[in-house]
Structures are given as structure tokens and as C-alpha cells.
Design a protein around this ligand. Structure first.
Ligand code: NDP
Length: 354
């Protein structure tokens, strides 16, 4: 049997954008005989995520993330697969499985269920029907980030006529966060993103009230037009100048959900990067909260949050968009494309069929 994986060929450097050539698709051995407690898994879908960018550096800057090693299989985050063979009582051939924080960019691999960290779980075919990738685009860490970000840091109050602005609005977390802020009670949703196609998608398909193209429009004046009453909740996926511009128009006692800062991921700066002095002063003067949000800090809330996401999706209240790249050989390209704004919704890679 043939097997393939993607390895890290080179590092982009801490102050450069990743390129396709940093990755290499190559043959690798098909897993041998299973030991007791081991499960052979075929990858169906992989997720590519901004957080992986820091693993390309020798120093990831985060204590919970280790650097990738040159020449070794890329250890990704989220993945979906099917059990091909099992030597563990909890898994049977044909089981759908999903996992986070460690899915290798490999066609076939062995998962050791003896290990302390149980990072692969059985998926539910009834839940996802013919769309197993939903575990990557909504019923997993991405959906949890959007929902718990809004709920833990957004202070959304139904009936309070709040305006919510989202940056990185057309991406995986952004598309969900905007819809969730509305479902939870915000009266106006404004997205900021990088193309007109994305803007149209947000307003025409997801019901955002306005969308601003930060590459072609003046974000400050468009925000003034779209949010005449100021901004109450800001779901920040990007940081940098876009966020400074949003914060300048936030109301007293409003809230920033500090989800991510992708605009600096190709720069050698600490996370979260320091704010300009005038923005720091503004936060203090207006009593604007801006606490760092990390989804992994809320494991006890995951189960109920997934139930909520599934219910909204099933009832048609939450739309889930995916950009699917075909083939494991293109996983590196998909990651680079996502970092450059090539995706609408969740960027995933289709590796194999069930
Ligand atoms: P996305 O699907 O949003 O993809 C990334 C998007 O970022 C691109 O499509 C691009 O869209 C935008 N982008 C890239 N560079 C820039 C830039 N310089 N300025 C502005 N926008 C840029 O990714 P995710 O939804 O997976 O992640 C979104 C954010 O959430 C990231 O910052 C990520 O690190 C963070 N995150 C945080 C978690 C947490 O626990 N706090 C968990 C998961 C994710 P465009 O065309 O609009 O530029």
C-alpha cells in the first residue's frame, strides 16, 4: 500500500510570509502491524489554521505549541478521518473520527489510544450526514472559538441595540462570529474583510448589515457611515491598523474580543502585540475591555456549546461556508492561500473519500 505525507522543507523566517516551497509532499511508509490499543486511520479532511504559522518558527512564542522540525511530517491541528483497522476496543473499522491539536498531514497514520492525551474521538455520522467536514468548519474548535468568544468576552445583551464589528469577517471564525453575535442579540453586524466578493457574501448570504473592503475602502469613514451610534462589540481576528481604527470608534464601556492578530503573524513580535500608546490610553479612558481570549481555556463549556452550534445549523439559523482544496499534495498551498486571504469560510483540504 502507498502512503504519503507533507513535511516541512524549510522555515519562512520569522519576518516573512510562508510560501508553497516551505512544504513538500512525499511518499512515506504505510503503517505496519498494529499493537494493542492502536488504530489505523485514513485522513478524509484536514484543516489549515493561522495558529500553525507560529509552528514554522524555531521559537513558536507560545508555551502550548512546539515548533515543527525540518524533514518531519507536519503536525496540524484539526482533522477528520475513518478507521481502517483497529486493535482498540473503543474503535471499530468504519468509525468516523475527528481530532484536534495534532492531526498529522498524512494519508494513513496510527493513533495510539493508550496515550494519555486522547485527542481523537468518534464522530457522529447522523450529525454531519454527507458533510463530515462540518467537524472542522463548525462543530469543533472553530465554532467553539466563535461562540465562546462572543459569549465569554462580548457582553452581548439582547435588546440593548448593540453594534458588533468583526475583522477577518469572511474567514472561518469571522463568518460564524458575525452570525452568532446576531443570534445572541446584537442589532447590527458589520464585517471587515479583504475582497468585494467576500463583502457580497457577508451581506447577501449571511445577513451582515454592512461589509467593508479594507483593501479598497477607507475603513474609518466607512465605519462612521455604517456605525453612526459607535461600536459596542468588536470581534478582533486581525489586530494592527484595522483594529486601531475600529477601537477609535468604540463606545464607552464596550468590549473587544481579542481572538487573533493575523496581521502580525509574519512578524517577529510578541503575542498579543503591544498597542500604540494612544490606543492604550483610549481603552483606559473609555473603559473598553480587551481581554485575551483562548478557546482552549474553556473545555468545560465545549459540550453545551457544540449542542448549541448543531441546533442552530440544523435549524438553518447558522450557515457554514467552506473553501475546499483538493488533495494532500496541495495542503501547504492551501495553508499559504489561507494566510493570504484565499478562503471564504473555513479553509480545509480534502484528502480522501470514505
Ligand atoms: P480565517 O479563515 O479567518 O483565515 C485567515 C484570514 O485572515 C484570511 O482569509 C484573510 O482574509 C485574513 N488576513 C490575512 N492576513 C491579514 C492581514 N494582514 N490583515 C487583515 N486580514 C488578514 O482564519 P481563522 O478563522 O481560522 O482564524 C481567524 C483568527 O482567529 C486568527 O487570528 C486565528 O489565530 C484566531 N484564532 C483564535 C483562537 C483562539 O482561541 N483565540 C482559535 C482559533 C483561531 P482577508 O481576505 O479578509 O484579508
Amino acid at each position: 500500500m502507498q502512503n504519503h505525507h507533507v513535511i516541512l522543507r524549510s522555515r519562512p523566517g520569522v519576518n516573512s510570509a510562508p510560501v508553497d516551497e516551505n512544504f513538500e509532499y512525499t511518499e512515506c511508509p504505510y503503517p505496519e502491524q498494529l499493537q494493542k490499543g492502536e488504530v489505523l486511520i485514513k485522513t478524509l479532511y484536514l484543516s489549515v489554521d493561522p495558529a500553525l504559522r507560529c509552528r514554522m518558527n524555531e521559537d513558536t512564542g507560545a508555551d502550548y505549541l512546539t515548533p515543527w522540525q525540518i524533514g518531519k511530517t507536519i503536525e496540524g491541528l484539526l482533522g477528520m478521518g475513518v478507521v481502517v483497522q483497529s486493535a482498540d476496543d473503543s474503535f471499530t473499522e468504519g468509525d468516523l473520527v475527528e481530532g484536534d491539536l495534532g492531526w498529522p498531514w498524512k494519508q494513513y497514520f496510527i493513533y495510539d489510544n493508550n496515550s494519555q492525551r486522547k485527542w481523537i474521538r468518534k464522530g457522529d455520522r447522523n450529525l454531519v450526514g454527507d458533510r463530515p467536514s462540518l467537524y472542522l468548519s463548525c462543530f469543533g474548535l472553530v465554532g467553539l472559538t466563535a461562540l465562546l468568544g462572543v459569549r465569554e468576552k462580548g457582553h452581548v445583551t439582547p435588546g440593548a441595540n448593540q453594534t458588533c464589528v468583526i475583522s477577518g469577517a469572511a474567514g472561518a471564525c469571522g463568518t460564524l462570529a458575525g452570525q452568532i453575535a446576531r443570534l445572541d442579540g446584537c442589532s447590527k453586524i458589520v464585517g471587515i474583510c479583504g475582497t468585494n466578493e467576500k463583502c457580497n457574501f457577508l451581506t447577501a448570504e449571511l445577513g451582515f448589515d454592512h461589509a467593508i473592503n479594507y483593501k479598497t475602502e477607507n475603513v474609518s469613514s466607512r465605519l462612521k457611515e455604517c456605525c453612526p451610534g459607535g461600536i459596542d462589540v468588536y470581534f478582533d481576528n486581525v489586530g494592527g491598523e484595522i483594529s486601531n481604527t475600529v477601537i477609535r470608534q468604540m463606545n464607552p464601556n464596550s468590549h473587544v474580543i481579542l481572538c487573533g492578530q493575523i496581521s502580525v503573524y509574519n512578524k517577529d513580535v510578541p503575542y498579543p502585540p503591544p498597542l500604540p500608546e494612544d490606543i492604550e490610553q483610549l481603552l483606559k479612558a473609555k473603559n473598553i475591555t480587551r481581554d485575551r481570549f483562548l478557546v482552549l481555556n474553556y473545555p468545560e463549556k465545549f459540550e453545551a456549546a457544540i449542542v448549541q452550534l448543531v441546533e442552530w445549523y440544523m435549524s438553518g439559523k447558522l450557515k457554514v461556508k467552506e473553501t475546499v482544496t483538493e488533495g494532500l499534495e496541495n495542503a501547504g498551498r492551501a495553508f499559504v492561500s489561507m494566510m493570504n486571504g484565499g478562503n471564504i469560510g473555513k479553509q480545509i483540504v480534502h484528502v480522501s473519500d470514505i
